[in-house]
Design a protein around this ligand. Structure first.
Ligand SMILES: NC(=O)C1=CN([C@@H]2O[C@H](COP(=O)(O)OP(=O)(O)OC[C@H]3O[C@@H](n4cnc5c(N)ncnc54)[C@H](OP(=O)(O)O)[C@@H]3O)[C@@H](O)[C@H]2O)C=CC1
Ligand SMILES: O=C(O)C1=N[C@H](C(=O)O)C[C@H](O)C1
Length: 266
């Protein structure tokens, strides 16, 4: 039985994921993190009958009272890194869904995981159609050197770029760096309209009502173009199966892996 603790268990994504874990054979939902619900029973909030799943306000308070094998992190970037490092230093494995962590953060997380003989599986997006977009885009980047990325999200999303697109930029530039014909600094007019350069890839973040989360990878060649697009709907269901797979696989390696496809047979 894998004992799982969910940071952000009452949130939009965390509540769907917590229910999925609770209902999954071979996993036990041990507890969760939510400042505003500390001391309450997560089972009551998720409308799960006949269960007691304690909620804590901080990871330190949780670790004083309960033990778990895997931390699933779906809070906010301001607290996520502390939760991850605290769990790793106790030898726990970690699944990271929270967006907003930088490559530098991941380097630090990787070295702490290695030091503690623990494992971290981070994915900017656990939805299968997004995972497939990552795979297809990596193939396209082998053959097409000119590409840019757009991330679409709701007006309330605090972090930009999305974790999905940050991870995609990182992955694609490792395949082949994107070529820019007119260097950004030579742009005549407003340079910012060319987007931000992340891992040598131009990234454009749109934040508007009516959007949940979309990813566009745009590839251009002479007289031809390829557009790969993922669009999430309103519910958090698409992330549940991906996170459950990640929990099952995280013990199969040591250190850090980024991207759910790294543990899938694609
Ligand atoms: N990788 C992926 O596939 C996906 C990633 N995400 C990412 O997951 C994260 C969460 O998104 P979403 O569910 O929409 O967010 P919500 O705002 O709906 O939920 C956030 C959760 O985290 C808790 N939380 C927030 N701050 C703290 C804190 N300082 N200490 C303890 N708990 C805290 C909240 O409870 P309280 O306020 O009571 O503390 C709540 O339970 C985001 O970074 C998002 O981008 C989302 C979906 C999929
Ligand atoms: O903030 C969100 O909601 C989401 N963020 C993730 C990201 O930043 O990539 C992905 C998820 O689809 C929803």
């Amino acid at each position: 039985m894998i004992k799982v603790f969910v940071a952000g268990a009452t949130g939009w994504a965390g509540s769907a994921i917590s229910k999925g874990i609770f209902n999954h054979d071979g996993m036990q939902l041990i507890g969760g993190l939510s400042r505003s619900n500390k001391g309450k029973n997560l089972a009551d909030i998720l409308q799960i009958e006949n269960a007691t799943i304690p909620l804590f306000d901080t990871i330190d308070n949780a670790l004083e009272k309960i033990d778990f094998d895997v931390l699933v992190e779906f809070t906010k970037p301001d607290i996520a890194k502390k939760n991850i490092i605290t769990a790793l230093e106790k030898g726990k494995n970690v699944i990271i869904g929270t967006s907003g962590l930088s490559n530098e953060d991941y380097n630090e997380i990787e070295s702490i995981a290695n030091k503690n003989n623990a494992s971290v599986l981070a994915a900017g997006n656990f939805a299968i159609t997004a995972v497939l977009l990552f795979k297809f885009a990596a193939i396209a980047a082998k053959y097409i050197p000119n590409y840019e990325l757009i991330d679409y999200a709701s007006q309330n999303k605090v972090d930009a770029p999305s974790g999905s697109v940050a991870e995609l930029a990182h992955r694609l530039s490792a395949v082949q760096k994107s070529t820019i014909e007119v260097p950004i600094e030579d742009t005549i007019g407003v340079k910012e309209t060319r987007g931000a350069t992340i891992d040598d890839v131009q990234v454009h973040s749109v934040r508007l009502p009516g959007h949940v989360l979309g990813i566009e990878a745009i590839f251009g060649m002479q007289d031809e173009k390829l557009i790969l697009r993922h669009d999430a709907g309103n519910g958090a269901e698409p992330y549940v199966n991906g996170v459950i797979l990640a929990i099952e696989k995280v013990n199969s390696f040591k250190g850090l892996k980024r991207g759910l496809d790294t543990v899938m047979d694609l």
